[in-house]
Design a protein around this ligand. Structure first.
Ligand SMILES: Cc1cc2nc3c(=O)[nH]c(=O)nc-3n(C[C@H](O)[C@H](O)[C@H](O)COP(=O)(O)O)c2cc1C
Length: 185
């Protein structure tokens, strides 16, 4: 693997990329740094945050580099989005054979613009409503999710990178993440 390349809006994916770089010894670059320093076609591991089900920056990363694997960083505990659904069906591998992982980032409303904050508030409102309606029957996970939507929170855990670090050590890998499935909104 030549590099880890990431796209991060509020910093959670960036932290994961930096932790993974420290763990594996493979350099991590933001998209901008990669575009300046990393030759086209380089083999990369891509990390991108999830917005409305699609992995930000993955399309352009696939155009420029050979994406051997990818980590999707979202807020939902279980993972979501078309690429993740596709990979889960295939046992963690995309249709092109690239390995796909899911990591939980966090929610930092103070770092978002008003429109993205508005979208997240809308998404959060239904979760909060559901948890409130359940009252004491709500599970700990559901409560945690509602609290996250209410005031933000950080779910980045270094241990969550364990599986990815093992996969790095098992390389070199041949598969590629090729197509970024589109999501109907
Ligand atoms: C507008 C918007 C839409 C989002 N959509 C999703 C989503 O569909 N699924 C999900 O799990 N997380 C979603 N998130 C949460 C982000 O993926 C999460 O906050 C992530 O950790 C952000 O990473 P970053 O700090 O690297 O930008 C969304 C966030 C925003 C602001």
């Amino acid at each position: 693997m030549n590099a880890i390349v990431y796209t991060s809006r509020t910093g959670f994916t960036k932290r994961y990329a930096q932790l993974l770089a420290k763990r594996t010894g493979v350099s991590a670059y933001s998209w901008k740094e990669a575009a300046e320093r990393l030759p086209r076609g380089s083999e990369i591991f891509y990390m991108g945050w999830l917005m409305a089900g699609s992995v930000q920056g993955l399309g352009r990363a696939m155009d420029r580099y050979t994406v051997r694997g990818a980590a999707i960083v979202g807020i939902s505990p279980a993972g979501n989005g078309d690429l993740w659904t596709e990979a889960k069906i295939n046992g963690g591998v995309s249709d092109g054979g690239g390995r796909v992982f899911y990591l939980r980032g966090g929610y930092a409303p103070e770092k978002l613009g008003w429109f993205q904050r508005f979208l997240m508030r809308r998404m959060g409102a239904s979760v909060i409503k559901k948890v409130e309606a359940k009252g004491s029957a709500a599970t700990a996970d559901e409560r945690e999710m509602a609290a996250l939507f209410r005031s933000g929170g950080d779910c980045v855990r270094e241990e969550a990178l364990e599986e990815i670090a093992v996969w790095f050590a098992d390389g070199p890998h041949q598969g590629m993440v090729k197509a970024a499935p589109t999501v109907d909104l």
